[in-house]
Design a binder for this molecule. Structure first.
Ligand SMILES: C[S@@+](CC[C@H](N)C(=O)[O-])C[C@H]1O[C@@H](n2cnc3c(N)ncnc32)[C@H](O)[C@@H]1O
Length: 214
């Protein structure tokens, strides 16, 4: 077992959550991320949060944007376990579900996709396949906003995060993707896109949030 899950199990859910909040603050300011996300999400949007993990960033986002409804999915057996009870009515959880599953089941088309700290966990060889599922959604809903939060390589926090992903989380496939490479990859897979930069990078380096639309 990787170090992270072992520590979580040892601490128990309440203390693990507090420790997780403290540990994550070393790498990212979730309040700043929520401000960046809130600025590019249409009013009343249904957001599909792909690779939602424990859902902690959604607490910050929903506090700012009570008009949103969110479906959060993850290939892992649990998703959204740290979303606060007060937001439960706005969130649908889909554990053990990939984006390809969601697309193939003909689920409701979202207004926006959130891909937060997920791209760098998808092996390079699997990224085009992941984007093929996004393309199906984009063809169904041409106004779709695709919002990506990720980490620009090169900064000391990015290096720390990389080693944490690799040895604490235990993901040996982790590979950071820069703003330039991400934009190129998305345009190769999805065609020409408009890109809105939220300028999170200037406020909370090396974290960035970009929003793409056709
Ligand atoms: C670092 S966590 C980020 C969780 C959450 N989005 C956040 O920002 O807190 C990465 C998540 O991506 C998920 N993941 C990994 N590969 C994925 C894939 N191919 N499709 C969707 N999610 C994936 C993992 O299960 C994990 O929950």
């Amino acid at each position: 077992m990787a170090v992270g899950p072992a520590i979580r199990r040892f601490l128990g859910p309440r203390i693990a959550r507090l420790a997780g909040l403290w540990y994550r603050a070393l790498f990212v300011d979730l309040a700043q991320v929520a401000v960046a996300l809130a600025a590019v999400l249409p009013r009343g949007a249904h957001l599909l949060d792909v690779g939602g993990g424990d859902g902690q960033p959604l607490n910050h986002l929903l506090a700012l944007r009570p008009d949103l409804t969110i479906t959060t999915l993850d290939p892992a057996p649990f998703v959204g376990q740290w979303i606060e009870e007060r937001f439960a009515g706005q969130v649908t959880r889909m554990p053990a579900t990939t984006l390809a599953d969601y697309v193939s089941r003909g689920q409701r088309s979202p207004d926006a996709l959130l891909i937060a700290d997920v791209m760098h966990h998808i092996p390079k060889s699997a990224r085009r396949g992941f984007l093929d599922s996004i393309k199906v959604l984009l063809d169904r809903q041409p106004a779709l906003r695709i919002i990506v939060k990720d980490v620009e390589p090169g900064h000391w926090r990015a290096v720390l995060g990389y080693w944490s992903d690799r040895y604490v989380t235990g993901d040996r496939n982790v590979s950071l993707i820069s703003i330039d490479d991400l934009t190129r990859l998305f345009e190769e897979a999805l065609g020409p896109l408009h890109c809105v930069d939220t300028h999170l990078l200037e406020k909370d380096r090396p974290n960035y949030v970009l929003a793409f639309h056709r």
